[in-house]
Write a protein that binds this ligand. Structure first.
Ligand SMILES: Cc1cc2nc3c(=O)[nH]c(=O)nc-3n(C[C@H](O)[C@H](O)[C@H](O)COP(=O)(O)OP(=O)(O)OC[C@H]3O[C@@H](n4cnc5c(N)ncnc54)[C@H](O)[C@@H]3O)c2cc1C
Length: 324
């Protein structure tokens, strides 16, 4: 009997890594529950048998393939609601990210189901799933149990991708009649998110930006400086939460831990939750207009001043030095 249904997003012939993590997690949990993990995909002809069946490597026993626009929430809600009605699933699991949040919330409204977002761990207790979610600024954990159908949406990349399955999944086409309102939106353009493909943890040199940049565009000058130095750009949680830079670049307690040769922090106060992710850097240079900013307490070199003036000058000076 099928137990957990996972939405798997695909793009340009590949399943999204975050979705593979969710499939792996569902397979692990289904194993403990004595049920199965199934995946559901939506798209066009690029959803080949091979691509769908490949989810078996991550533990999906079956893949439901629905025809419809990829990357839009409401058509997927239609497909998942139908699959749940047909298949008797107990849970839906998502890997997180904005699309997962939107589909999961839509499905919860459609089915009158309980939903937990930003989940960082899922356990089995008494034959039912329990979702753990950090609350109060990540200082405590709340546990959610579900009376009926449960929807669990992970924090982005919270679930580890694991090739646990033995081989190919069965692929089944799912006929869905899309609701009239589900087809009103169309995908106009799909953009690349800056910085996602950059190996922040492996970089020797990081130029990190915080709220002191003032706006998302402030990151452009950091990208120029990182380009001149041959490094990568990182960020604080405050700015990724504000949508100024991708989550993939977040350093700190709830982000990545790095130890580059040089960590240049611009407009970062140096909160403890940020410090724990970068304090092992060989050299820390901080630019902050507040001479009392905590980051200066653990910097090797501190520059007190306006980053808008200092960063472009630094970039020019390094260019001259490199050219000379
Ligand atoms: C449980 C928990 C987990 C967290 N995890 C993380 C995490 O993983 N990573 C993380 O980064 N944070 C994390 N935080 C948030 C953390 O506590 C801070 O709120 C955050 O790091 C602050 O980001 P910031 O330095 O960009 O912003 P702010 O604290 O607002 O600092 C901005 C700084 O910019 C300076 N500034 C302003 N204008 C200029 C200018 N023109 N020139 C130069 N300097 C200027 C200001 O003086 C200030 O020091 C977490 C918090 C909690 C509670």
């Amino acid at each position: 009997m099928p137990g957990i249904l996972v939405y798997a997003l695909h793009y340009e012939g590949a399943i999204n890594k975050n979705s593979l993590g969710a499939v792996s997690e569902a397979a692990r949990l289904a194993g403990e529950l004595g049920t199965e993990a199934h995946a559901i995909v939506m798209g066009g002809d690029d959803l080949t048998d091979d691509l769908c069946a490949s989810l078996g490597r991550y533990g999906a026993a079956k893949v439901l393939r629905a025809k419809g626009p990829e990357g839009l929430a409401q058509p997927v809600v239609d497909a998942m609601a139908k699959a749940v009605a047909d298949g008797g699933y107990d849970y839906a699991l998502f890997g997180g990210g904005l699309l997962g949040f939107e589909i999961g919330a839509g499905l919860a409204a459609r089915l009158g189901a309980g939903v937990t977002m930003e989940v960082t761990a899922v356990n089995v207790d008494g034959g039912r799933l329990v979702a753990e979610r950090p609350i109060h600024g990540d200082s405590s954990i709340s546990s959610s149990r579900y009376k009926g159908f449960g929807i669990i949406i992970g924090r982005l990349n919270a679930f580890e991708t694991q090739e646990a399955g033995s081989g190919a999944a069965t692929v089944e086409d799912l006929d869905v009649e899309l609701s009239e309102w589900s087809t009103r939106a169309t995908m106009v353009k799909r953009g690349e998110q800056r910085g996602v493909d950059v190996d922040i943890e492996g970089a020797d040199l990081l130029v990190a930006g915080g709220r002191g940049l003032g706006k998302a565009e402030g990151f452009e000058m950091l990208e120029q400086l990182a380009g001149t130095l041959g490094g990568a750009v990182a960020a604080t949680r405050a700015v990724v939460d504000a949508g100024w830079f991708p989550y993939a670049a977040q350093i700190g307690q709830t982000g990545k831990t790095v130890a580059p040769k040089l960590y240049l922090a611009a407009g970062i106060s140096g909160a403890i939750q940020h410090k724990v992710g970068m304090q092992s850097s060989e050299n820390i240079v901080a630019i902050n207009k507040d001479a009392n900013a905590p980051i200066f307490e653990y910097s090797d070199l501190g520059i007190v001043g306006d980053l808008n003036k200092i960063v472009p000058k630094l970039n020019d000076a390094i260019k001259v030095k490199k050219g000379g």
